[in-house]
Structure formats: C-alpha cells, structure tokens
Ligand binder design. Structure first.
Ligand code: 5CA
Length: 439
C-alpha cells in the first residue's frame, strides 16, 4: 500500500471526551470514528487490526475443535420468549418491529438462535459433542457506553456454544475453551488471567472471566501471582485428551473479581508475597449452564439408553472489538500505539525521505517489493512531507518496523531500520536490513 493513496486520517490531538489512553490513541491514529454514543465506524487501519484479531481467535477456535457459523444480527423475539429471557433482558436489548409488526431484536448474544439450530438437526448423542461459534456484531444498549470500543453499544464478539450429553462431557468442552482462550491471548501478546466469575444473566454455575491487567480496567481483580506467570499451554496439547489437570492447575489458584471476592479466603489461600490486587479488562467470559436453554427450548437428544434428554450447554465469549482497545492499553508509549507483530495493520513502513528523487525512489521501491514478497505487508510512505511529521505519524499508528530510505544512505549503499517497540536503530546495507525485518 502506498500511503499517498491510502486513507489514514491521523489527528494531532484527541477529542476531549476520550478519557483513557486506548480511546485517545484509537481516535488519533485514525482507527475508528464515533458515529453515535458507543457506535463506531472502523477506518482502514482499525479494520485491519480487528480482522487480524478475529483471525487469531478463529484459528484457535478451529484448533480446539469448534466449527464456525455466521448467525444473523437480527433475531426473532419469539425465540427469546421460549427461553424466558425476552422480558428479563430489560433495557439493554434493542427491540425492533418489522413492517408486519413482528417483534425482532438486535442480538446481544445468541444462545437462543444456536439452540434453535441445534435442535432442528441434532437428534442423537452419537452426534455429540458439538461446538459452534460465530464472530458477529452484537448490540447492547449499555447505560453508560464509554472508553471507546471497550464498552460500546455495537461491538464484535466471538461467541461459541457447546452441546454435550451430560455434565462430565460438558466440562471437557469447557476445558477446551478455557485453554484455547489462554492461547488466544498469548498469541495477541497479552497476559490474561482466568478469574472465577459471577455467571450473571447468562446463568449457570461454572464460569470464568479472562482479564488482562491494565490500570484503566473496569474490573478489580484479586489473584495469586503465580497465575500471571503460568501462561498459556501452547497449541500442541492433545485437545481430545484429558485437559482437566491443566485447567485445575490454574483454576485452583485464587482469582476473583470484585463481586466474587472473599477477603478471608484470599488471605487464607494466598501467601502474602503472592497476593496480587490489580485492575483489569475483561476480554473473555466462559459459562457452563447445563440445561438452562435446552430444557425450555426442548433441545433434546436420544441417549445411549434410548431416552430423550436435554443437552448440557456452555457459551464462550471473546470481546473481539474490545481487544483492540485492550491491546493498546497494554502496549503503547508517549508517541503512540505499539502493535504486537501478530496484529499490526502493516508489518513495516518503508519511509521514503525524498519522494521524487529517482535514486531514493528506486531503493524504496525495491525494499517495498522485497518486503511484499516476504509477506511483511509493507506500507510505503511516499508522502511529500517533512521527515519529522512522517516519523511522528508512523510512531503514532504503531507499525512495528520502519525502514528509512534517504539520499545520504542511498549514496553510501545503506538504509536505516528502526524497531518501534524499543526505538533501537541500525544502519545496514539493504539486504541485511530486509533480512533483519523478514527474520
Ligand atoms: N453469551 C455469553 C458468551 S458467548 C456472553 O454474552 N458473554 S459476555 O456478556 O460476557 O460477553 C462476552 C465478551 O464480550 C465479554 O467478555 C467482553 O469482552 C465483550 N463485551 C461484552 N459487552 C461489551 C461491550 N458493551 N462492548 C465491548 N465488548 C463487550
């Protein structure tokens, strides 16, 4: 991509109503544009990051055996009447009428829709387990939308739903998601801890939130420090094997958010030097809710003994659009965003300091072509602008590498490279520079 033809509307200053750094930087770096309270347009750079996060989530869901579907944003109110949640959900639900006066709603989650699909097709325990997931926009008419995409009204969520014959099998599905979530956050460069949670209106009796640590987080967490160090299991675990020990090793360490916190237990179970109190951002939430939806909605399968039984369900959410803000909270400096390589909108910016000078253009072009071939998704900064302004905007938008081509270096046969995260610079011949970036 050539920056002169691209659309990267950066701002010198953040609008005054943006209170936290990720919201300020998302506006300044031209990632999003607010269209209404809690409703955003995704501009080109923001959309690229969102898609990359989505892809990491997709790959880890697939690896853990979940199967992707795409559910509609608009749902029939009648389905929610079947589960009994239509009235319970209250003002957070955006309710709509169509021209036939039928009640619709913009889905805040999709337990009912997926249960309806499941019961239409799956009739036997032999077809279980199944886990279907969906990456789709949701709407919740939050009372206080704030902090940009962190608490939006319209937001992108990955929601997965598991179906099992009994509680023991459902726990195996829950465990797969628990560990897949740790892998997702690790790939995004985040430290996330699983925290026992209140299942809230989703219901059920086994639930964890996944919290990334950040001072601006909305949740307060109390946890055993070892949880932070323990990290993710990695992709190569046996997803069909017994995952209970790996989950138990983490789940038995004390970790609770404010509403579930028990100070007496915290003190009894966690040695003083391991007691961690921090703020964090909830970037995922998983639930086992048993027969809560299958019973009223009659999602039954025939068991091995020939009897029909309601399936045991769980649901598993990741806040995909919230993660864009969460990653920025965890990774930025004075100059702007520092994207982890895995989600950076471009891998490297090739900065032409003298566009229009033939020799400089030629080297910049050569670097751009080579980096494209290496799959590094380069952005060619061919703008006719002061070097300082170019560097400032590239630092602001957080591209992990800059490869700088100027007349002096070209005369000497070198270019300069800069790593955004560390500020480290090196002057190298072009080949060596390309090698350093392409790895
Ligand atoms: N049905 C379940 C799991 S699929 C569910 O809806 N869970 S949830 O309510 O906890 O939402 C899942 C995740 O979506 C949360 O962990 C959070 O990261 C994200 N999320 C929830 N509300 C918002 C919001 N208003 N703005 C941005 N992200 C949100």
């Amino acid at each position: 991509m050539r920056l002169s033809r691209y659309f990267m509307p950066t701002l010198r200053e953040a609008p005054a109503d943006a209170q936290i750094v990720s919201h300020q930087l998302m506006l300044r770096a031209g990632l999003i544009r607010q269209e209404a309270a809690g409703i955003y347009a995704w501009l080109p750079l923001g959309l690229k990051v969102l898609k990359k996060i989505e892809q990491v989530v997709r790959e880890e869901m697939d690896r853990a055996g979940a199967i992707e579907v795409l559910l509609p944003t608009l749902q029939l109110a009648d389905l929610w009447r079947e589960s009994g949640r239509y009235d319970d959900y209250g003002d957070e639900m955006l309710r709509i009428k169509d021209r036939h006066d039928r009640d619709l709603l913009y889905g805040p989650t999709a337990e009912e829709v997926i249960t309806e699909i499941f019961r239409a097709f799956v009739k036997s325990y032999k077809d279980l387990p199944k886990n279907l997931y969906n990456i789709q926009w949701k709407f919740r008419d939050e009372r206080r939308p704030r902090f940009g995409v962190m608490r939006g009204r319209e937001f992108l969520m990955k929601d997965a739903y598991s179906f099992d014959i009994d509680e023991a099998a459902a726990r195996r599905s829950y465990n797969r998601m628990f560990l897949a979530y740790l892998n997702i956050y690790a790939r995004l460069g985040l430290k996330a801890i699983p925290v026992k949670a209140d299942p809230g209106p989703i219901g059920g009796d086994l639930s964890h939130e996944f919290i990334i640590l950040a001072d601006t987080g909305e949740s307060e967490v109390f946890a055993h420090g070892d949880l932070v160090e323990m990290g993710a299991p990695g992709p190569d675990i046996d997803w069909d094997g017994d995952l209970e020990p790996m989950v138990a090793q983490r789940a038995r360490l004390y970790a609770a958010s404010d509403e579930m916190h028990d100070p007496a237990r915290f003190e009894a179970e966690v040695p003083q030097d391991k007691r961690m109190t921090a703020r964090g951002i909830e970037v995922g939430h998983i639930f086992y809710f048993g027969e809560k939806y299958s019973k009223p909605m009659k999602a039954l399968v025939t068991g091995p003994d020939g009897k029909d039984v309601p399936i045991h369900g769980g649901s598993y959410g990741v806040g995909v659009s919230r993660l864009v803000g969460g990653i920025i909270e965890a990774s930025h400096d004075e100059a702007g965003v520092i994207w982890p390589d895995a989600v950076a909108p471009f891998g490297v910016a090739v900065v032409n300091l003298r566009p229009g000078t033939a020799e400089v253009d030629a080297v910049a072009e050569q670097a751009y072509q080579a980096l494209t071939e290496f799959g590094k998704e380069p952005l060619l900064d061919d703008r006719d602008d002061r070097p300082g302004a170019k560097f400032a905007s590239l630092d602001l938008v957080g591209i992990p590498w800059q490869l700088i081509v100027g007349p002096k270096g070209v005369a000497e046969g070198t270019v300069e490279i800069k790593r955004r995260a560390t500020g480290e610079r090196q002057i190298l011949p072009l080949d060596a520079a390309l090698k350093a970036i392409a790895g």
